[in-house]
Design a binder for this molecule. Structure first.
Ligand code: ADP
Ligand code: GLC
Length: 495
């Protein structure tokens, strides 16, 4: 079968700019697709905070992007995804992207987010024209890219790009991108699209809904989340749309970048290790304890957390449960995160109340994240909802059994430990309550101290799991072909 041309339009891509797991996914899946022989490229905004690595070249031709009442000009830069034959293009337009943050500034979400990201959508499509490179499929990621399928179905339908199929991946339905109706004119799409079965919701424009109605195919990042979002309690108000589009919606589990996330080769760690010899993990534990002002003790059970501090992640449950946990169990906690002010405050307060036992770093720190994955004994992730979740997979790969609420991708990736049975890779619970989390932390604690051989079995089975992208990348390729066939009628011959 012929190789495909696939364009990723995205607000984040690792290692250049990252807020959460979307960046990891967009930095990893294209590598695997390129290995499978496809021509994959990525387009992302050039934020003020972009981490420039490797060769980095401006393109000579300015890019005129038709948005609003006039043409706005952008400069474009080109580099390659490290370690892959995947070109990455950045759109530079200072009025929208010079500021360092992706979505949210010191005073909340940027007020012009709709214009910023409609500019990204239209700019990405214009760049394809300029490159004279017309993709078979454009893969869109969350609300910021929801206008790509809308533009292709309306204003740009008669153009050369009108044949492009689109795949819209839902990474997180909790962030939908609401905009004023003026977005219609800014995007230069017909007013007739401002209706409930297109881009309108509650008198405004909903950029996620726009993507869900207009994309050729839809995905979520795990099979269980694909089921959950169709239910009234899981669809964040869009379950009806997702049921309407149900035949075109599939859940494909994210993989992880197993080259970057590998305890045997991770250069951010003070010592490296593998399943056959975990002594390096003990060195990481001591380094982590020192780094976060915890008592250095190789024997105490150390719980790790690396997360956006958001209610969605269930970390309020952890903050509620911890005083009782710390009073009754011989454990320590190492936490890295930033986000909601109330949660930041709660964890700072816990660190001050339990010196030497709770170590907290509020901020974003990629290498500390790895040290926590490696140096902890168990990884805590009590999410209320979790579309996929990558950190539990990193934890398993680093020999750190996860303790998770069985929702979304956590349910799809963590197998329940059963006492005495030599099975499972972590500890699961169902109720989103501090009491259920407390009980499960207690279960992990009892296993660690009383059944160390079984705890070691959990570590080893987790480390042996294959979380690589290969299988999921092949599923995306199938989906891309299905999308192309739906959009253009092209039938792919079997090899
Ligand atoms: P989400 O995308 O919802 O935040 P994921 O588990 O999919 O959740 O991905 C989170 C990613 O962000 C992981 O790579 C994790 O290591 C990283 N991360 C989260 N918080 C921090 C932080 N404070 N510092 C460094 N990395 C972080
Ligand atoms: C989102 C989700 C997370 C998922 C990530 C990558 O940020 O919250 O669960 O792992 O996207 O798809």
């Amino acid at each position: 079968m012929r190789p495909l041309k696939v364009l990723f339009v995205t607000p984040e891509v690792e290692p250049f700019v990252k807020v959460g797991g979307l960046a990891d996914m967009v930095g990893a899946l294209p590598k695997e697709l390129a290995t499978l022989g496809h021509d994959v490229r990525i387009i992302c905004p050039a934020y003020g905070s972009l981490k420039v690595e490797g060769e980095w070249q401006p393109r000579n031709e300015p890019l005129g992007v038709e948005v609003g009442a006039f043409t706005r000009w952008a400069r474009t830069w080109q580099t390659m995804l490290p370690g892959a034959r995947v070109p990455v293009y950045f759109l530079e337009h200072d009025a929208f992207f010079a500021r360092p943050e992706v979505y949210t500034g010191p005073w909340g979400a940027h007020a012009d987010n709709d214009q910023r990201f409609i500019f990204l959508c239209r700019g990405a499509l214009t760049l394809c024209e300029q490159l004279d490179w017309i993709p078979d499929v454009i893969h869109c990621h969350d609300w910021t890219t929801g206008f790509v399928p809308v533009l292709l179905n309306t204003t740009l339908r008669p153009s050369r790009l009108g044949r492009c199929a689109t795949v819209y991946t839902i990474h997180n339905l909790e962030y939908q991108g609401y905009a004023d109706r003026a977005a219609v004119e800014f995007a230069r799409i017909p007013w007739s699209e401002f209706r409930a079965d297109s881009i309108e919701a509650a008198g405004a424009v909903n950029m996620t809904k726009a993507g869900l109605y207009h994309a050729t195919k839809l995905t979520t990042v795990s099979p269980t989340y694909a089921e959950e979002v169709r239910r009234p309690d899981g669809g964040c108000g869009l379950h009806d749309v997702l049921n309407f589009r149900g035949a075109d919606l599939v859940g494909i589990l994210n993989g992880i970048d197993t080259t970057s996330w590998d305890p045997a080769h991770d250069r951010h760690l003070p010592a490296r290790y593998h399943a056959g010899d975990l002594s390096g993990k003990a060195t990481c534990k001591a380094a982590l304890q020192t780094r976060l002002d915890l008592n250095v003790d190789p024997h105490v059970l150390l719980f790790g957390v690396v997360s956006r501090l958001a209610t969605q992640k269930g970390l309020d449950l952890l903050a509620d449960a911890l005083p009782r946990v710390l009073d009754h169990m011989h454990v320590q906690v190492a936490l890295l995160g930033s986000g909601e002010a109330g949660l930041e405050h709660a964890f700072r307060h816990l660190a001050a109340s339990y010196p030497g036992r709770v170590g907290v770093h509020i901020g974003f720190d990629g290498s500390l994240a790895r040290l926590i994955q490696a140096g902890s004994d168990a990884f805590v992730m009590p999410s209320r909802s979790e579309p996929c979740g990558l950190t539990q997979m990193y934890a398993m790969r680093y020999g750190t059994p996860p303790i998770v609420r069985a929702t979304g991708g956590l349910a799809d990736t963590v197998d329940q430990y059963i006492e005495g049975k030599d099975t499972g890779t972590g500890f699961r619970f169902n109720d989103a309550t501090a009491a259920a989390l407390y009980d499960t932390l207690g279960w992990a604690c009892a296993t660690y101290y009383d059944r160390p051989r079984e705890f070691m079995g959990l570590r080893r089975r987790g480390m042996a799991r294959d979380f690589s992208w290969r299988r999921s990348a092949e599923r995306y390729v199938e989906l891309y072909r299905w999308a192309v066939t739906s959009r253009t009628g092209e039938v792919f011959a079997s090899p």
